[in-house]
Design a protein around this ligand. Structure first.
Ligand SMILES: [Zn+2]
Length: 333
């Protein structure tokens, strides 16, 4: 395929990943091999909707040199590893998909996968945790790829899917999500109804919206189920640590309790009802809804398995700091 066609393909894939909720906002990244060691990759921190063909960066897997008007994604190293290790790989997608991320945290113990599915994914492995963009993460992913696996779950982070073509890579991202979805268990507390009628929130939301106009109520199955638990949710995924912080508290369904939380954090569980999120703009609020649902799925699954893979206080603080700095810079640019 010509470089021009590959550019169009990478740009289109970004929109598709958003549409299918395999990524949110600027997370994840996509690349396509052009020739030999050279591949095109999405730029750092740019919205998929706004990404144009000439925003893509041409990166050399061997030398680390790149050409383009923007900086390459900070995760270029894990893409480079996939192209270096597998000569037949032509397309690589890194997603933050919900169920694969949950399994990446909990492990393969309960994974319900058929041999033919594993084959279709080109082998499936988990890579040990490393902070985003670090050498440690790159080395962990490289190790998993070198063992012959084309689909990697990056612990506490997301998935990496390497395949010959875009079609194959995309199909594998969807297949991976299907496999992980049927394997994930959402722990429900016995005797507690996870569904409270939405009307219970009506009056409260109207008051909250007066003080926090961008606040929105969210109540997916997982968020509702998680809101029935008394304990705070501690981040097990990098994107929650970045965008929300290390924890989300559960508070009683009353104005003072919710308002007090929203002054400190952009997300809060409302006991037995669901959650309220409040971003800096509408896009931000939408992304928070997706992140909190994913965090709830991941947390309930680890609770059901009696495990946990919480991120450390220092790592969370560092990620939140870097994210806030980067995001506010972009907003003001
Ligand atoms: Zn990522």
């Amino acid at each position: 395929m010509e470089e021009k066609e590959l550019r169009a393909q990478v740009v289109a894939t970004g929109i598709e990943l958003l549409r299918d909720a395999l990524v949110a906002r600027t997370w994840g990244n996509i690349s396509a091999r052009v020739d030999g060691d050279k591949f095109l990759i999405t730029p750092s921190g740019l919205d998929y909707v706004r990404t144009k063909e000439d925003d893509l960066v041409l990166y050399d897997a061997k030398t680390g040199e790149w050409e383009g008007r923007r900086k390459p994604s900070s995760e270029k190293g894990i893409h480079a590893a996939a192209y270096e290790i597998f000569p037949e790989v032509g397309f690589v997608i890194h997603t933050h998909q919900v169920y694969a991320s949950a399994i990446g945290v909990a492990g393969f113990e309960n994974l319900d996968i058929k041999e033919e599915e594993r084959k279709q994914l080109g082998g499936l492995a988990r890579a040990a945790y490393g902070l985003p963009g670090t050498k440690k993460l790159k080395e962990a992913v490289r190790k998993a790829l070198e063992a012959g696996n084309h689909t990697i779950l990056m612990q506490n982070h997301g998935a990496l899917i390497a395949a010959t073509t875009k079609e194959k890579a995309y199909a594998n991202a969807l297949l991976l999500e299907q496999i992980c979805k049927r394997s994930v268990k959402l722990a429900q507390e016995e005797g507690k109804e996870s569904g409270t009628a939405d009307y219970a929130m009506d009056g409260l939301m109207a008051r909250i919206k007066k003080e926090f106009p961008l606040a929105e109520f969210v109540c997916t199955d997982a968020i509702r189920a998680r809101s029935c638990r008394d304990c705070q949710l501690i981040a097990q995924l990098d994107d929650m640590a970045q965008m929300i912080g290390r924890r989300v508290n559960v508070v009683e369904r009353n104005y003072d309790a919710v308002a007090k939380e929203l002054k400190k954090r952009n997300a809060v569980f409302v006991k037995g009802c669901g959650a309220i999120v409040c971003g800096m703009d509408a896009d931000d609020t939408d992304a928070l809804k997706i992140l909190l649902d994913k965090a709830a799925v991941t947390d309930l699954n680890t609770l059901a398995l009696g495990s946990s893979a919480r991120l450390g206080v220092f790592d969370c603080a560092l990620m939140r700091f870097v994210y806030t700095k980067k995001y506010s810079k972009k907003k003001n640019a």
